[in-house]
Design a protein around this ligand. Structure first.
Ligand code: PLP
Length: 387
């Protein structure tokens, strides 16, 4: 019998995905699931500051286990509001290996970022380098849970307490991550999540601030409302950081899919790991034993000498095959024009990771077969370069 089905091969730059494989797709509820609530928002005319905002904050608080959750218009705004509410105007220790918004918020709040190197395995902020960079002007630490892997919460807490620093987490990637079985959201003085389409919980645009500190929560709530506590005699020059009711409706529905979404992401990550583990020159982000990660992104670090091709070369070859990838986070923040005037020396690990990292397509709707094809494509690039 003649086998009419051509065996799958990724040689010669065959377009494995003729229609292209996207890098990401937000995992959304069906329209029918939000239809009634959206209708009630429109028909009531309460488009902002209504019951859905209150319910969304309550549901998130129950999910992560913190008493105060504040919905905001973006994580960037959330980080700025948090810094403003804490009166942080001095130096803030921040990783250079993160998304630009982390440091943008520090500058926009009127404080000064001081860049810190990362751990070579988890890519989260390095506590030892951080301690070296503390000065008399340091007021806060803003750590990041990178791709869903939480920063070293306990170590950072000890350092923050010892040096009388505020501890803030940029948790944009980590809605659903856990440390020792405890959900991210209640560590440090405040944590800030993002709910844009690339993140695990989605409202379109949006963010969430969570904190165990009631007084801080109160200040943030006023700060998010122009700095006005209701008497029109503003206590602070604040912002409008509100999230609309329509977005809260989406957030409430999205939360119901979060568990499933994270479990799909973890399954796909395991497929990538098992199908690529024997490829020399490819390293995965380490996920410590006590950690559960969201896999907001699945990354590989490419060692050009061992793999036979650079990260940039691999990205180009995959693109030719129809596979979209992203170089998160490249360039690292301290190498961006916007941050060249800030303290940014001694970041060798960040520089190495940023130059060699590549994030692969990963989202709940990605078929397991497609993840395997991506792995085959990566192997084919290596074979070709060692020919
Ligand atoms: C996405 C992201 C942000 C910004 O979130 P917005 O809601 O778009 O403001 C901040 N920090 C990190 C690490 C992010 O990935």
């Amino acid at each position: 019998m003649i086998n009419l089905i051509k065996p799958f091969t990724a040689d010669n730059n065959t377009k494995i995905f003729p229609d292209g494989l996207p890098f990401l797709k937000p995992y959304l509820p069906c329209f029918s699931e939000i239809e009634n609530n959206l209708r009630s928002v429109i028909s009531s005319g309460m488009l902002t500051k209504g019951n859905f905002n209150a319910l969304y904050e309550k549901n998130i608080g129950e999910y992560i286990g913190t008493p105060n959750v504040i919905a905001v218009s973006s994580a960037t705004t959330g980080l700025i509001l948090t810094l403003l509410a804490m009166n942080i105007t001095g130096e803030v220790l921040v990783p250079a290996f993160t998304f630009c918004a982390t440091a943008n918020a520090i500058v926009r709040a009127g404080a000064t970022p001081v860049f810190v190197d990362c751990n070579p395995d988890t890519y989260t902020i390095c506590p030892e380098d951080l301690e070296r960079k503390i000065t008399s002007g340091t007021q806060a630490i803003m750590a990041v849970h990178v791709f869903g892997v939480p920063a070293e919460c306990e170590n950072l807490k000890k350092i923050a307490e010892k040096n009388n620093l505020k501890l803030i987490f940029d948790s944009a990637h980590a809605m659903g991550s856990e440390v020792n079985g405890r959900k991210v959201g209640g560590f440090g003085d405040a944590e800030v999540f993002s709910t844009t389409p690339t993140k695990t919980l989605v409202t379109g645009e949006g963010g969430l601030i969570s904190t165990n500190d009631n007084a801080l929560a109160e200040r943030i709530r006023i700060m998010k409302e122009y700095g006005n506590n209701g008497d029109y005699d503003n206590a602070f020059a604040g912002l409008n950081g509100r999230l609309s009711e329509m977005q809260c409706v989406l957030g409430i529905a999205s939360l119901q899919y979060l568990k499933k979404s994270i479990s799909f992401r973890n399954v796909l990550a395991e497929i990538y790991k098992s199908t690529l583990s024997d490829v020399s020159g490819i390293k995965f982000q380490m996920v410590p034993e006590n950690i559960k990660t969201t896999y907001k992104d699945f990354s590989i670090v490419v060692d050009e000498t061992l793999f036979g091709c650079s990260r940039d070369g691999l990205a180009e070859e995959l693109q030719l095959m129809g596979i979209a990838t992203r170089k998160y986070f490249y360039p690292a923040l301290h190498e961006m024009k916007a941050f060249r005037n800030y303290f940014r020396s001694g970041l060798p690990i960040t520089e190495y990771i940023a130059r060699n990292i590549l994030c692969l397509p990963l989202y709940p709707d990605l078929a397991e077969e497609d993840a395997k094809k991506v792995a085959v494509a990566i192997r084919s690039v290596q074979r070709k370069n060692f020919k």
